[in-house]
Design a protein around this ligand. Sequence first.
Ligand SMILES: [Zn+2]
Length: 244
Amino acid sequence: MALEGLSAVDAELAELDGELGTYRETLASKKQRLAELDERVQRTQASVDEMERLKSELVHEVRQMSLQVDKSREKIARCRTEREANAVQRELEELRKLFRDRELEVDKLTVLVEQARAEVDVTAAQRAELSNELGSSEGDVAARVVQLERGIAERTAARTSVAQRLPMQLLRRYDMVRKRRGSGLASTTDGTCSGCHMAMPPQQFQLLMRRAQLDSCPHCSRIIYYKPPEPAAELSSDGATSGA
Ligand SMILES: [Zn+2]
């Protein structure tokens, strides 16, 4: 039966499409992750550079202040009056405080730079690992994708030629159910629909069996046909079917 052939091709097509979709999604998500890691390495490295620049400015300031502290101390030694010495002493205290603050800032920055550098290293390692993984599987994935695409093209051509042999209205009915349910054709041997596993009304089943025509499952709307029991199935069913 042409519809059975169509249904079989459609099932294969659905499977191939699914596999191709999974491959493409996996590849796309890995590439996206790679781009994210790239961006993070660059962003973190930029912040390391910026902090280093700030730190070297601060270190320079600390050195200047250290010189100023020395000068103020010499100045005190040269002071003639106590009042004068006190003024320089206050200036010196102020300088020392600023000096300590700058030194603390340098320490903080040193820690932050170390953390950011470690993050750059870890992220760069993750990036390299993923890049290797993508590189080593690239050939296999590409080959499988080509194979899948070829399979899909072949079956699409087969589908077109089978579909041409079917009455337009039947094909339309079949495609409508297939799009909604994933498959458009079902069979029944004992009154149960192979598509939705629900029982057909006994009268409808009797007619289907006798007339050997196509009908629709009243539950899932799949086009349904009667499939006589296979000899092997009859033997293994312990007389259940032979008694019916
Ligand atoms: Zn059904």
